[in-house]
Design a protein around this ligand. Structure first.
Ligand code: HAM
Length: 421
C-alpha cells in the first residue's frame, strides 16, 4: 500500500472539525479588530524568501522546497506567509489610499525540517499582519488579540515570551558585543554558528545545539543595548499589556528564526508539546516593506501554528463528531427512494441527515443510528408507506410519533426545533 510521505499528515474528520472551529474563532476575533482576509499562493519566487527571511537562517539554508521555474527563476513552496503578504501589499499597492492595512490569512506552509511530534514538513498557520502603524500600542493590541483568542480556546499552560531586538542602529552595537563573546569560543560552537559569527551573530542565540546554548547563556542581553527610542517603544508595549492584564515574561534570548524583525518580538510557548515549545510567534518588521521594494511602511504581525494549537485543544477536550439530527432507517427500494427525497429536503433546511441504503433489519439499523448518536430516527418501511405515516423516534426519550408522509418535512423540522437540537 502506498503510504503518506514522512513529515506530512492527514487531518482526519474528528480533528478536522476542531480545525474548523479554531479557524472560525480566529476569523471572528480578528475581524473584531479590523482584519480582513488575504489569500496568497503557496509558490513564490525563491528570491522573495531569501531576501526577507535572510540567507543565514536555517529556513533559507536548509529547509526550503525549491525547484526550477521557467527560464532562470527558482521557485519555492512558501515556508511562511509574511513575505508573501508583504509582496502582495507592495504589488497591489494596498498602501495607496491608506497605508494602514490589517490582513490575516490561513493556510499551509512547507519546511524540510526533521519531522518529530509537533514538527511537520507541511503545517498550517493562521497569520496576522498589520501595516502602517508604528505605535507600540499596536504591538500590545496584537498580543492582546492573540492571547484572548487562545484563552477562549481553553488551552492551559500557555506563556507569552517578550523581547525587543531594537532597530538596525542599536542592534549593531549588540552584534559587535556578541561577536566579541563568541569569537573567543569557537571551539565550543557548532559549525553553523562558527560560520554565522561574522554575518549574523544573533542566530547563535537561537541555536539548539547544547554547546552553543551554554555559550549563549553568558552572552550579553539586548535590553542593555536598546537606544532611547527603542527602549521607550518597548516600555509602552509592556505598559499596554499591563493595562490589559496580559501576563508575559521578558525573554532576552528570544531572537526568532527569521531575520526581518525589529523591536518587539514575542512567542507563545508551552511545555505540553515536548521539544516544540512555540505555538505562535511574531514581532515587528519595520524595514521589510521597503527592503522588498515598497514604500517605507512599518509593520508587525504573528503566526499561530495550527497543528500544534489543535493538538493542545484536543488534549484539553474530547472531540466528538457532530451526529446526524435525523437518521433514516429505510427498508426496501420504495422506502429508499422516498427517504432519499426527504433527506434532500431536510438538508435544504439545514438539518443534518443520514440514510442507510444497505439491506439490513430494523434492529441493525437502529443499532447503527445509536452508534452515530442520531437524535431522531425516521422508520420508513413498505407498511409505513402504504399507511402514509412513518414513525419518528426520539432516541434519548424513546418516544415515538406517527408523522403523516404528506407533511413530513415540516413536522420533522418542528419536532427537531422543539427538542432543541
Ligand atoms: P515562525 O516562528 O517560523 O514565524 O512560525 C510560527 C509558528 O508556526 C510557530 O510558532 C509554530 O507554532 C509553527 N511552526 C513553524 N514551523 C513548524 C513546523 N515545522 N511544524 C509545525 N508547526 C510549525 C513565522 O513563520 C513568521 N512568519 C511569523 C510572523 C508573522 N512574524 C510576523 N508576522
Amino acid at each position: 500500500m502506498i503510504q503518506l510521505v514522512r513529515g506530512f499528515r492527514d487531518i482526519l474528520p474528528g480533528e478536522a472539525m476542531v480545525w474548523q472551529q479554531v479557524e472560525q474563532a480566529a476569523r471572528d476575533r480578528f475581524e473584531c479588530f479590523g482584519f480582513s482576509e488575504i489569500r496568497t499562493p503557496v509558490i513564490e519566487q525563491t528570491a522573495l524568501f531569501k531576501r526577507s527571511i535572510g540567507e543565514d537562517t536555517d529556513i533559507v539554508e536548509k529547509e526550503m522546497y525549491t525547484f526550477p521555474g521557467s527560464k532562470d527563476t527558482l521557485l519555492t513552496l512558501r515556508p511562511e506567509a509574511t513575505a508573501s503578504v508583504v509582496r502582495a501589499y507592495i504589488q497591489h499597492k494596498l498602501y495607496a489610499a491608506d497605508p494602514v492595512r490589517k490582513l490575516y490569512s490561513i493556510g499551509p506552509m512547507f519546511r524540510r525540517e526533521r519531522p518529530q511530534k509537533g514538527r511537520y514538513r507541511q503545517f498550517s498557520q493562521i497569520n496576522a499582519e498589520v501595516f502602517g502603524i508604528e505605535s507600540p500600542y499596536m504591538d500590545a493590541q496584537l498580543i492582546y488579540m492573540l492571547t484572548r483568542f487562545l484563552d477562549a480556546l481553553d488551552v492551559p499552560g500557555l506563556r507569552v515570551h517578550l523581547n525587543s531586538l531594537g532597530c538596525p542602529e542599536c542592534r549593531n552595537g549588540y552584534r559587535d558585543a556578541l561577536r566579541a563573546v563568541f569569537s573567543g569560543k569557537t571551539d565550543r560552537l557548532c559549525s553553523d554558528c562558527v560560520r554565522r559569527i561574522d554575518r549574523n551573530p544573533l542566530r547563535l542565540l537561537d541555536c539548539k545545539v547544547p554547546g552553543c546554548r551554554e555559550v549563549a547563556a553568558d552572552a550579553p542581553s539586548m535590553a542593555d543595548f536598546l537606544c532611547a527610542d527603542c527602549d521607550a517603544h518597548f516600555k509602552t508595549v509592556t505598559a499596554g499589556l499591563d493595562a490589559m492584564g496580559v501576563a508575559y515574561e521578558r525573554d532576552p534570548r528570544l531572537v526568532r528564526g527569521l531575520d526581518y524583525y525589529t523591536r518587539t518580538t514575542f512567542e507563545i510557548q508551552t511545555d505540553a508539546l515536548g521539544a516544540q515549545s512555540a505555538v505562535a510567534g511574531g514581532g515587528r518588521y519595520d524595514g521589510l516593506v521597503e527592503q522588498l521594494g515598497g514604500p517605507s511602511v512599518p509593520a508587525v504581525g504573528f503566526a499561530i501554528g495550527m497543528d500544534r494549537l489543535v493538538e493542545l485543544v484536543m488534549a484539553a477536550q474530547p472531540v466528538l463528531l457532530r451526529p446526524p439530527a435525523v437518521f433514516f432507517a429505510a427498508m426496501g427500494a420504495e422506502a429508499w427512494k422516498r427517504a432519499f427525497q426527504w433527506a434532500g429536503e431536510l438538508s435544504d433546511q439545514g438539518i443534518r441527515v443520514e440514510i442507510d441504503f444497505s439491506e439490513r433489519s430494523l434492529k441493525a439499523l437502529m443499532r447503527r443510528a445509536d452508534r452515530l448518536g442520531a437524535q431522531f430516527v425516521l422508520i420508513v418501511g413498505e407498511r409505513e408507506l402504504e399507511e402514509k405515516t412513518v414513525s419518528l423516534r426520539h432516541m434519548a426519550t424513546k418516544a415515538q410519533t406517527a408523522v403523516p408522509v404528506d407533511n413530513l418535512v415540516a413536522v420533522v423540522k418542528e419536532k427537531i426545533w422543539e427538542s432543541g437540537v
